[in-house]
Design a protein around this ligand. Sequence first.
Ligand code: ZN
Length: 72
Amino acid sequence: MKKSFLAFAILLSACVTCIQGCSSASNEKKQEQTEEKAVYQCPMDCEKGKTHDKAGQCPVCGMDLEKAPVKS
Ligand SMILES: [Zn+2]
């Protein structure tokens, strides 16, 4: 009897963990959707204000592009 209760308790806690994980994952997705769009720009501004929509390296100097706020 005790063993089956223990197994039930473990199963229940596993379910709760799964539900919490799922709900927090969907919350993260919602936050991503509401997050402001970001552009990437060379910290040395080699391309004179040109921005990239994806992170990467500057094609001119090879430095990592930095996140810059979108000008509206
Ligand atoms: Zn550069």
